[in-house]
Every structure is written in structure tokens, then in C-alpha cells.
Design a protein around this ligand. Structure first.
Ligand SMILES: *[C@@H]1O[C@H](CO)[C@@H](O)[C@H](O)[C@H]1NC(C)=O
Ligand SMILES: *[C@@H]1O[C@H](CO)[C@@H](O)[C@H](O)[C@H]1NC(C)=O
Ligand SMILES: *[C@@H]1O[C@H](CO)[C@@H](O)[C@H](O)[C@H]1NC(C)=O
Ligand SMILES: *[C@@H]1O[C@H](CO)[C@@H](O)[C@H](O)[C@H]1NC(C)=O
Ligand SMILES: *[C@@H]1O[C@H](CO)[C@@H](O)[C@H](O)[C@H]1NC(C)=O
Ligand SMILES: *[C@@H]1O[C@H](CO)[C@@H](O)[C@H](O)[C@H]1NC(C)=O
Length: 293
């Protein structure tokens, strides 16, 4: 959901499909803004820097020092791609709610969109969105993003648990993305909770709050609040380790890309979304949703 006018149109088509995810705790805190919840698995996928450079439009610099400062020891020849498998739940304005939908985002953080050498933006190249949510797809397309209508397994949940041979739920979770042209997933994510030291959660608070752009005409500022009951206490983020596969052409043009030993978090968070902003207005923007402005 990236556009208020599409959103307003969507208000006419409410049917109230809903999932296991917890309700949006901030709807009535910001009754005049689009708010929602994103129940997600977020992962840092190290890809060759040269591959990132070939995908991110050449006119934009990459703020290497910014991510190196947040990820000490990050390999020099790599770039931290952000992959997010999401359930958008309870997205609405005031008392109006959209049907739940899902998305898989392949995003390039730390882009110097404004050429000032410090303002970090997130470049969205491909975005997979629930094919049966045309208003949501239209809302993303206004940014010039390549939107790929998709379906997801599990349907309308943030992830599903892998069953063990005994039929019991295992800790392992998965989230698979299918395009309508294939019976094989275009993107798969499979993760298990880990106590290993992956990337710090603060890193993900930072990158998920970088304003989003695609062709650069307008920016979307989706502010994630990591201080609500959705992301704290029993719902605190859980570190995960696992595998991500991205089929061609969504990362490499002609080859499938398989990544192992990928670290991330499963986390649910409330958000406020401010659409179609002038990107210049976000110069120097810094917000990581920890309760401090
Ligand atoms: C996030 O989604 C998972 C999978 O559906 C669910 O088990 C979990 O309770 C959700 N998290 C919250 C905080 O609602
Ligand atoms: C809510 O929307 C208004 C008007 O677009 C904007 O000025 C304000 O910053 C938004 N609030 C939040 C918390 O993002
Ligand atoms: C970006 O995409 C939007 C939506 O398709 C379009 O209106 C706008 O003109 C595009 N801007 C550029 C610079 O291509
Ligand atoms: C598959 O998706 C394309 C757009 O990516 C769309 O034009 C086409 O109608 C879809 N086909 C089916 C069978 O849903
Ligand atoms: C993310 O980290 C960079 C580098 O430390 C910093 O410049 C930027 O302000 C941070 N952004 C957010 C949203 O916290
Ligand atoms: C969370 O952060 C926001 C923004 O700084 C603040 O307005 C709100 O009071 C905080 N909520 C909690 C529960 O601390």
C-alpha cells in the first residue's frame, strides 16, 4: 500500500480478510495517517558489490561508509542486500482496513539518491505483491517500481512452520514467492531461530526506515515503530539463520542465486506510511523507530 488515493478507492472494497497477526496498535494514535503492521522476516543477504553496482542505477552513489559503520567487519567486496518476506496486516486509515496482503521485497539500502553523501535511501527494483490486490499493486507502481503480481506460500500468513516427520511443528519457518508464470518459487526463504550472533537488530531498524524510491520521482516514507507491543516483550524480534534463493532475473539476469548462512530476524512492527513525498524533503532524514525522534 503505497498511495493514499488508491487507498481511499480501496475503502470501497472492504471485505475484512484477516490472519493470525496481532492488530495494529497505532491506528487510533495516528487516525489521519495510513498505518498498518508488517509481520516479516528480514534478512541481510551479502551479494557481490559488483552485482549490486550493476543493478543500482549508475547515477546513484552507494554510501559504503554508512553500512560499514553499522556492520563492523562486513566484507569489502560485498554489499548488504535487504530481502523481506512480509504480511501486511490491518493496513488502514482511521476505522477503515484493507484486506491483508503479502509482499516480498528485494531492496538496495544506503543509496545516495540526493548526491549529498549522507542521506540514505532504499532503492526498490523488483517488488512482488499479492496478485489479487490490484489497488496495492497500483499504489506501488506510482513509484515506477517493477511490480510482479505474485502468490505466496503460506497464503496470508507472515510465514509457516515446517512440520517434522512426526507431524509436530518445528522451529523452522518458510516463506515462498510464486509468480503466475511458474510452478517453482521465484524466491524462497527458509529460516531457523538461532542464538548465534548475526547482524545486530539495530542494523535492520536503520535500513527498514530508510525512505523508499524506485525511479526517483517520488519517495515513500514508511516509518516502522519498533517500540510497540508488536515488537517488544513476548513479541521481541527473534534472530534467525537460513537460506534464501532468488531465481533469474530478479537478482542475476540469467542465473539462480542461492545463499546459505544468511542472518536476519523475524519481527512484527507497526508503521505509519507517508506516500508520494518529495525526495528532497527527506534530506538528512534519520529515524530508526526506537521511540526517539
Ligand atoms: C506473525 O505471524 C506469525 C505467522 O503467522 C504468527 O505466528 C505471529 O503470531 C505473528 N506475530 C504477531 C506479533 O502477531
Ligand atoms: C501524518 O501525516 C501528516 C500529513 O501528511 C504528516 O505531516 C505527519 O508527519 C504524519 N505523521 C507521522 C507520524 O508520520
Ligand atoms: C516514475 O514512475 C511514475 C509512475 O509510472 C511516472 O509517473 C513518473 O513519470 C516516472 N518518473 C520518471 C523520472 O521516470
Ligand atoms: C500474469 O502476470 C502478468 C503481469 O505480470 C499479467 O499480465 C497476466 O495477465 C497474468 N496471467 C495470469 C494467468 O494471471
Ligand atoms: C542509518 O545509519 C547511518 C550510518 O550510521 C546513519 O547515517 C543514518 O542516519 C541511519 N539512519 C537511520 C534511519 O537510523
Ligand atoms: C514509540 O515511539 C514514538 C515515536 O517516538 C512515540 O511517540 C511513542 O510514544 C513510543 N511508544 C512507546 C510505547 O514507547
Amino acid at each position: 500500500m503505497r498511495n493514499s488515493s488508491f487507498f481511499l478507492a480501496a475503502l470501497l472494497s472492504i471485505t475484512g480478510v484477516t490472519s493470525q497477526s496481532s492488530p495494529n496498535p497505532i491506528r487510533f494514535v495516528y487516525p489521519n495517517n495510513v498505518t498498518g503492521t508488517l509481520n516479516a522476516t528480514v534478512a541481510l543477504v551479502p551479494i557481490p558489490f559488483s552485482l549490486a553496482r550493476s543493478i543500482i542505477p549508475a547515477k546513484y552513489g552507494i554510501l559504503t561508509k554508512a553500512y560499514e559503520s553499522l556492520l563492523p567487519g562486513f566484507p569489502k567486496d560485498k554489499y548488504p542486500l535487504l530481502v523481506k518476506g512480509n504480511l501486511d496486516h490491518d493496513v488502514g486509515l482511521g476505522s477503515f482496513i484493507l484486506d491483508d496482503f503479502q509482499s516480498l521485497h528485494i531492496e538496495y539500502p544506503f543509496i545516495d539518491l540526493l548526491g549529498d553523501g549522507y542521506s540514505c535511501f532504499l532503492y526498490a527494483h523488483h517488488q512482488f505483491l499479492t496478485a489479487t490486490a490490484p489497488l496495492v499493486i497500483g499504489g506501488a507502481a506510482v513509484y515506477g517500481t517493477t511490480v510482479i503480481p505474485a502468490s505466496f506460500d503460506p497464503a496470508l500468513e507472515a510465514y509457516a512452520y515446517v512440520k517434522s516427520s512426526s507431524g509436530r511443528k518445528k522451529e523452522e519457518i518458510y516463506f515462498d514467492t510464486y509468480t503466475n508464470s511458474s510452478t517453482c518459487p521465484a524466491v524462497t526463504m527458509k529460516f531457523t531461530p538461532t542464538s548465534e550472533h548475526g547482524w545486530p537488530f539495530e542494523y535492520f531498524m536503520n535500513v527498514t526506515n530508510q525512505p523508499f524510491f524506485s525511479n526517483g520521482s517520488k519517495c515513500d516514507n514508511q516509518r516502522f515503530y519498533y517500540n510497540t507491543t508488536l515488537s517488544t516483550g513476548v513479541n521481541a524480534p527473534v534472530g534467525v539463520k537460513g537460506e534464501v534463493t532468488i531465481e533469474a532475473p530478479y537478482l542475476q539476469a540469467t542465473k539462480s542465486s542461492d545463499f546459505g548462512d544468511i542472518y536476519g530476524f523475524k519481527v512484527d512492527a507497526a508503521f505509519v506510511e507517508n506516500n508520494l513525498l518529495d525526495c528532497e524533503s527527506l534530506k538528512g532524514y534519520s529515524w530508526n523507530g526506537n521511540g526517539k525522534e
